[in-house]
Design a protein around this ligand. Structure first.
Ligand SMILES: Cc1cc2nc3c(=O)[nH]c(=O)nc-3n(C[C@H](O)[C@H](O)[C@H](O)COP(=O)(O)OP(=O)(O)OC[C@H]3O[C@@H](n4cnc5c(N)ncnc54)[C@H](O)[C@@H]3O)c2cc1C
Length: 380
């Protein structure tokens, strides 16, 4: 199986590519300096029709439930090395939006979806806490029912879009059972008791505002709960294959992008009187990477085709996620080596690709957690 793109997808790709060239590529460095994406990037993207594809027309969206459009956006953004922006698109369209389209009442949809499509609402998801990451069932943030509100207390960390975000899906503990005691609340960042902590100082993804969040006696209306109380863990797990697929789309595109730039570099850089691309080691490294990228693209397109048909399993998404993100890290590392000292300079995109890639094997479920999912599927 391989994913098929039609004329309307190709036209959309042209639009996304020109948006990335004119609105993202040149600005990304300044966003790296300021530690966050400009909020205008989201409204710009909304105005160009790059957000909220499956949102029904009555709630301001195009009502197109076709993941290929999601994949095209992340692919085009990640390919130019704008990793922080790719994460933001991934969150807005692929990771958080499904909670708001699939688990909401008509009243909730009317409140939340129009802003997501226009980009005035920036989405985030807050699962990880200082004491728990891989082990989602260890979430300790409490939500205690008080009339028609929940009173929420606790802390989250490593939350992407933590500074820019205006609406967060927050995983909270409403009961003692490790799994059946979790629920999901949608929290407006303006809610009293919601505090943004530090914009964390990371080794890469400098334009991504990854932050701590703290909740102190924060009163969230029961009307902001997603689905039933106690179903939170099930909802989180259900959406993970699409989240992991989205990360893999970014991983393969970023790796292809850095490979293309390296191919040009080794053709023009000379040593010992010859282009470094004429050395057998360079040729072998490039040949190996070209082969692995071909495998990754084929595997990814196959998984995309399955997802479009609603058939991508959690185990297959886990295989794709760990393998493509590890390949992205390896590709950036080997390409940096071929750049010599210049590869270590921030002005060369390969240096950014190297530090930005490193997180990909950790968030969205670590490589080790992906392997536990696969092993379980193998009956082990
Ligand atoms: C830049 C960035 C952005 C992020 N964005 C978000 C976000 O938007 N929202 C959010 O909720 N979270 C986010 N995260 C958090 C991320 O998802 C977690 O960091 C990740 O899930 C790992 O959790 P942890 O850091 O607690 O590591 P731990 O769970 O403590 O893991 C530490 C190590 O132990 C290994 N390990 C753990 N359990 C097992 C096991 N059963 N078997 C084998 N090995 C195991 C892990 O693989 C890892 O190598 C982000 C993190 C970063 C750094």
């Amino acid at each position: 199986m391989s994913v098929t793109y039609h004329d309307e997808h190709r036209q959309f790709r042209d639009l996304a590519r020109s948006f990335v060239a004119s609105r993202i590529a040149d600005r990304h460095e300044s966003w790296e300096q300021s530690g966050r994406l400009a909020a205008s990037m989201f409204t710009d993207a909304g105005a160009h029709g790059l957000l909220g594809f499956p949102v029904p027309e009555e709630f301001g969206g195009p009502g197109v439930d076709d993941f290929r459009y999601h994949a095209i956006v992340v692919d085009e953004v990640a390919r130019v090395g704008a990793a922080a922006a790719a994460i933001a698109f991934s969150l807005q369209n692929d990771v958080v939006l499904p909670y708001l389209t699939d688990l909401t009442t008509a009243e909730q949809k009317a409140r939340w979806l129009p802003g997501v499509v226009s980009g005035e609402t920036v989405l985030g998801i807050a699962m990880t806490e200082p004491g728990t990451g891989s082990d989602l069932a260890g979430i300790a943030t409490t939500a205690v029912r008080d009339g028609d509100h929940y009173v929420v207390n606790g802390a989250k960390t490593f939350i992407s879009n933590g500074q820019n975000g205006t609406l967060f899906v927050v995983a909270v503990r409403t009961g003692a059972d490790r799994h059946k005691g979790l629920s999901l609340l949608v929290v407006d960042a303006d809610t009293p008791g919601f505090d943004r902590g530090r914009n964390l100082d990371k080794i890469g993804l400098h334009a991504q505002d990854t932050s701590e969040l703290a909740f102190t006696d924060m009163r969230v209306p029961v009307a902001n709960r997603l689905g039933e109380e106690g179903d939170g863990f099930y909802h989180l797990v259900r959406n993970l294959p699409q989240e992991r697929l989205s990360l893999s789309v970014g991983a393969v595109a970023a790796a292809e992008g850095v490979f293309a730039a390296t191919r040009e570099y080794v053709a023009q850089r000379r040593a010992f009187g010859s282009p470094i691309g004429s050395f057998q080691n360079t040729q072998f490294v490039m040949a190996e990477l070209a082969t692995e990228l071909d495998l990754a693209r084929t595997f990814l397109d196959d998984c995309l085709a399955q997802h479009v048909e609603g058939e991508l399993t959690a185990a297959r998404a886990a295989k794709l996620k760990w393998w493509t993100t590890e390949l992205q890290v390896r590709t950036a590392d080997r390409c940096l080596q071929l750049h010599g000292g210049y590869g270590y300079m921030r002005e060369y995109p390969v240096s950014r690709a190297f530090v930005d890639a490193r997180i990909q094997t950790i968030y969205g479920g670590t490589t080790e957690i992906m392997k536990t999912i696969i092993a379980k599927d193998l009956g082990l």
